[in-house]
Design a protein around this ligand. Structure first.
Ligand code: C5P
Length: 222
């Protein structure tokens, strides 16, 4: 039986991963956070002092071992060369550099291939920026999630508070806007809404309401 893929793309801090996880649990699919994979490569470059103003050597990029593990009801794990770096992916330093790393074509080629492997061997809900356009153009359901900027800033502020980091509202807003700009204007796989995606603005929706909406869309297609 061929596997099903559901894509959830959109701007930073729209609640994509919350929705994707809850949908995956309802459908008994696995969830893959493709952003965590780009964050893992960024962490590697920062730690190792690899310059990413231009593409690093292909052999180096190919040699990075990135694995995402989803355990329903528990925290997601991201392994970088075998080390669990899950709690090190959302620092200011990673936030500030991840979109530059994610614009590098050889990094994208490497991670897209890994993401496609997950989706060809499991039923997946995957969230990111190019999942419906590039990674799984044949996805059975494509969601493009949006929310207004101040709602996104408030949600990110709450995430950050619960992880005991400190960042002020202006820094968060600037980071979201900068990442959105780089992500949607890069040459390789820019964030854009595909024609066959369903757009959901969740500014005024509860988690439950958005889940019910997407669950019923999925039921029509699977
Ligand atoms: O989803 P998250 O905000 O964690 O993603 C971090 C960054 O990774 C994004 O701002 C974007 O630069 C990059 N990304 C991407 N393509 C994806 C997922 C994330 O370019 N499919």
């Amino acid at each position: 039986m061929p596997c099903h893929q559901i894509s959830i793309d959109g701007y930073a801090a729209c609640g994509k991963s919350t929705l994707a996880r809850e949908l995956a649990d309802e459908l008994n699919f696995i969830y893959i956070d493709s952003g965590a994979m780009y964050r893992g490569v960024t962490l590697y470059f920062l730690r190792e002092g690899v310059s990413f103003d231009t593409e690093p050597p292909d052999a180096l990029v190919q040699s990075i071992d990135i694995r995402f593990e989803y355990v329903p009801g528990a925290a997601d794990k991201l392994y970088l060369n075998g080390e669990d770096v899950s709690t090190k992916l959302r620092t200011s330093q990673v936030n500030e550099n991840v979109s530059k790393v994610a614009a590098l074509p050889n990094v994208r080629r490497r991670l897209v291939a890994l993401q496609q492997d997950y989706g060809h061997t499991h039923n997946v809900v995957m969230d990111g920026r190019d999942i419906g356009t590039v990674v799984f153009p044949g996805a059975v359901l494509k969601i493009f999630l949006t929310a207004n900027l101040e709602t996104r800033v408030r949600r990110r502020m709450n995430d950050i508070k619960s992880s005991n980091q400190y960042l002020n509202v202006d820094e968060i807003r600037t980071n979201l806007l900068t990442r959105d700009h780089i992500d949607s204007t890069r040459a390789d796989s820019p964030l854009k809404q595909s024609e066959d995606s369903v757009v959901i603005d969740n500014t005024n929706l509860t988690r439950k309401e958005q889940l019910v909406m997407v669950r019923s869309l999925a039921a029509l297609r699977i």
